[in-house]
Design a protein around this ligand. Structure first.
Ligand SMILES: [Zn+2]
Ligand SMILES: [Zn+2]
Length: 221
């Protein structure tokens, strides 16, 4: 049983404010991108970039998850208690994260996303700049969105009764499903690390990415 530490109000406020700011800026950037669409090619580029960004987020979720599960320990300086411990605790008690609140799960990731989201939303022109600029904006937005919701999506995959919208997205296969994720929590516990949508998991297992990373980095930390 994992004992959850007390969360200072300043941390809760920072994470809550970050999540709110992320939601506002993500909506704002999405609006700017769609406003700048001026033809079928622009629209196609924007929609395709959404798919690419969503898959990129899945890849990033897998890499970060692999690092958290595999490298170092809870006692590693700096990253041990804050980054590695939650991954190890999750394997000791996978259901514990179901009790965590949304702000706690995604607030700190939202904070990390703001330094790239805010300047792009304010400073980058999309109107009349062509499909490539739109696609780059779309990839950034979809990637950040996928990364920020990863822990929430991961929690939903562990819930017996997830919210209706989550169940709908799981049935559509757009986010991590309990069946996809169960493979990660099954012996030998050394694969299926993607926890955003899990769409890339099959491909990454086939190319042996995790085995290659284990061979390259395990035992060096
Ligand atoms: Zn894991
Ligand atoms: Zn899990």
């Amino acid at each position: 049983m994992v004992v959850r530490p007390h969360r200072p109000w300043a941390v809760v406020a920072l994470e809550g404010g970050s999540l709110l700011a992320f939601a506002i800026y993500a909506g704002w950037l999405a609006g700017r991108l769609f406003e700048a669409v001026s033809g079928a090619l622009d629209l196609l580029a924007l929609l395709a970039s959404g798919v690419v960004g969503w898959l990129l987020a899945d890849l990033l979720s897998g890499l970060v998850h692999w690092a958290g599960d595999t490298l170092g320990s809870e006692h590693t300086p700096v990253l041990g208690p804050s980054f590695i411990a939650p991954f190890r605790e999750h394997h000791d008690d996978p259901q514990a994260m179901v009790a965590h609140g949304t702000v706690e799960l995604v607030g700190s990731t939202a904070l990390l996303a703001l330094p790239s989201l805010v300047p792009v939303t304010h400073l980058v022109a999309f109107e009349g700049q062509g499909p490539l600029r739109l696609a780059l904006g779309g990839v950034l937005l979809a990637t950040l969105l996928g990364v920020v919701v990863t822990n929430l999506v991961h929690r939903w995959a562990h819930m017996d009764r997830p919210p209706a919208v989550a169940a709908l997205l799981q049935r559509a296969g757009l986010i991590l499903t309990p069946a996809r994720h169960e493979r990660h929590h099954t012996a030998p516990f050394d694969g299926w690390f993607c926890i955003s949508s899990g769409l890339l998991d099959g491909l990454l297992m086939r190319i042996g990415l995790w085995e290659r990373l284990n061979a390259r980095f395990q035992g060096r930390s």
